[in-house]
Design a protein around this ligand. Structure first.
Ligand code: FAD
Length: 213
């Protein structure tokens, strides 16, 4: 509907962690608003189905962007670790920092592979066939991104918390993704339900070679 349609009221702007995201997240009230017939998308009454249909592709898109953010944080972390010296050597020369870099690379690649598998399932079986994997990446990828960005902030020292670098804003974004398009708890519930159903349906795993001897 047109933004100036009768009955549309923008009550207030909402900040997220103090940030104003792109065009914003306002709180909008609708009082008996009439949608012009010519503005209808799809059939009358099918709005919920349209909103649901965007969720699968929307979620994988969020995850792809989160992987990009994690990769950028990783680049920044490694460049900073080489450029800065503490206790007589570069930050990159401290063993604990190397461990963080190795862990970050492993986590990014694990998340990327699960996301690629999900994309492959969407391509070959449609969104329905990838429902569980979409839930899985929607939990795993923002968690990973939040962890990598958090480590990058730590490695940057005090500067990482400031507006001089994009890390703090990236952290807010990754944290938000654990809520937007469904909180972690709800996606975990979907995933667990499918696993439990297999056993309820009588799934019996192959015995291990030593079992029963
Ligand atoms: C920055 C941001 C942008 C957003 N953008 C959009 C948007 O563009 N479009 C849109 O439609 N929505 C958007 N949302 C809304 C978002 O999808 C909802 O906030 C989210 O789905 C959770 O719903 P809720 O806030 O009503 O929380 P509730 O449903 O009240 O849940 C609150 C908490 O209860 C717990 N919980 C709930 N159910 C269960 C369960 N079954 N098992 C265990 N624990 C549970 C979880 O910890 C959950 O986080 C956005 C949210 C944020 C923060």
């Amino acid at each position: 509907m047109p933004k100036d349609a009768t009955g549309v009221e923008i009550e207030k702007e909402i900040e997220v962690f103090g940030y104003h995201d792109r065009s914003g997240h306002p709180q909008v009230a609708f009082h008996d608003v009439r949608v012009p017939a010519g503005n209808l998308l799809g059939d009358e009454g099918s709005g919920f189905a349209i909103a649901q249909a965007r969720l699968g592709p929307g979620r994988i898109h969020h995850c792809m962007r989160a992987i990009g953010m994690a990769e950028r944080a990783f680049d920044m972390m490694c460049s900073r670790a080489l450029a800065r010296e503490t206790f007589g050597k570069t930050v990159a020369d401290h063993d604990t920092v190397r461990e963080v870099i190795a862990e970050a690379r492993m986590k990014i690649e694990q998340a990327r592979l699960l996301t690629l598998k999900t994309a492959w399932l969407i391509d070959t079986q449609g969104v329905k066939g990838a429902r569980i994997e979409i839930s899985a990446i929607k939990v795993a990828v923002p968690r990973m991104a939040q962890w990598v960005i958090d480590q990058a902030i730590q490695l940057f020292g005090g500067a990482g918390f400031t507006q001089d670098f994009p890390l703090a804003a990236m952290y807010a974004q990754a944290r938000t993704l654990r809520m937007a398009d469904g909180p972690d708890a709800v996606h975990l519930r979907t995933l667990a339900r499918r696993e439990i159903r297999r056993y309820e349906a009588g799934f019996i795993p192959e015995p291990w070679p030593h079992e029963g001897t």
